[in-house]
Write a protein that binds this ligand. Structure first.
Ligand code: HPA
Length: 287
């Protein structure tokens, strides 16, 4: 007979972690944001912010890089309560899919029904330029790790069929992505609906791989986002995900991209992504 509560049980860990966070918050945030590239400076626009160090949160991943522990930030963005992850976990750092997507379960457990995610990605589509925004409409998962895989959960709980996403269903919310594209049109900046291909990384691709990815229908390629999005879909959250094009990922383009180029791309993308998030936050609290 299993003794309850079992601290190894994922659901139990989610509840304990959610309790720890929720009692520090003034209000339960309806919108959760993972601050990837392009959204990093959104923290400066969150008012009356309360920051919780990842190192203090039970069951939460700890960064292995000294001084880069990451923080969970609660506050008001455009008068709406939001919670933001400053610092995310990647499969290429050695985290499992379950570990990368665990925070999403916790954020849902404290009341968030909408997840907004951003990332930096290589632009495979020849029409894309550095700094363009891609509103993700679908993805190709070449990480091959669904968060409800039995492998990631060990032996508990048994995987049920109802855990698996509907075949062919997109995890990305159509109304939120339409609104994001509309915001870009109104504000006059380039944003494209596109397909994101996720790799395990940590290396960028060869020319042959870029050619292959383009051929199978990908518009951008990156190393994050999909584990969190699959988790969000599994538990019924609305998802808006976007990429900022940080480099041109084409077989015939010069290959070198350095850190300065990525920072320059982020500078272009930041006000654009912020405008999209503003609209999404308003929409998800009014509908
Ligand atoms: N490939 C994979 N991941 C990336 C890239 C890329 O070209 N750019 C940013 N993240």
């Amino acid at each position: 007979m299993t003794k309850h509560p079992d601290p190894q049980c994922p659901a139990e860990r989610v509840l304990r972690t959610a309790e720890f966070i929720a009692c520090k918050l003034a209000e339960l945030p309806r919108v959760a944001i993972i601050l990837g590239s392009g959204l990093g400076n959104l923290v400066d626009y969150i008012e009356d912010a309360i920051a919780i160090d990842y190192a203090d949160i039970p069951n939460w991943g700890q960064s292995r890089i000294a001084g880069h522990s990451g923080q969970l930030i609660f506050g008001w963005f455009d008068s709406q309560p939001v919670i933001a992850m400053s610092g995310r976990f990647h499969r290429y750092e050695g985290w499992t899919t379950e570990q990368v997507s665990f925070p999403v379960r916790v954020l849902a457990a404290i009341g968030s029904h909408t997840l907004i995610v951003s990332n930096a990605a290589g632009g495979l589509n020849p029409q894309y330029r550095i700094g363009d925004i891609v509103v993700i409409r679908d993805h190709i998962d070449m990480m091959h790790g669904h968060p409800c895989r039995r492998f990631d959960y060990g032996t508990y709980p048994p995987q049920t069929r109802s855990d698996a996403p509907l075949r062919g269903a997109s995890p990305y919310d159509q109304a939120l992505s339409d609104r994001a594209l509309e915001t870009a049109r109104l504000k006059n900046f380039p944003a494209h609906p596109g397909t994101y291909l996720a790799t395990l990384g940590p290396t960028y691709e060869t020319r042959a791989e870029y050619r292959f990815m383009r051929k199978i229908g990908a518009d951008v390629v990156g190393m994050s986002t999909v584990p969190e999005v699959l988790q969000a879909q599994r538990i019924g959250m609305r998802v808006l995900a976007m990429s900022m094009v940080s480099n041109i990922a084409r077989p015939d383009a010069p290959l070198r991209t350095d850190h300065a180029d990525v920072l320059a791309a982020a500078q272009i993308a930041e006000p654009r992504m912020r405008a999209i998030v503003r609209e999404a936050v308003q929409r998800s609290t009014t509908s």
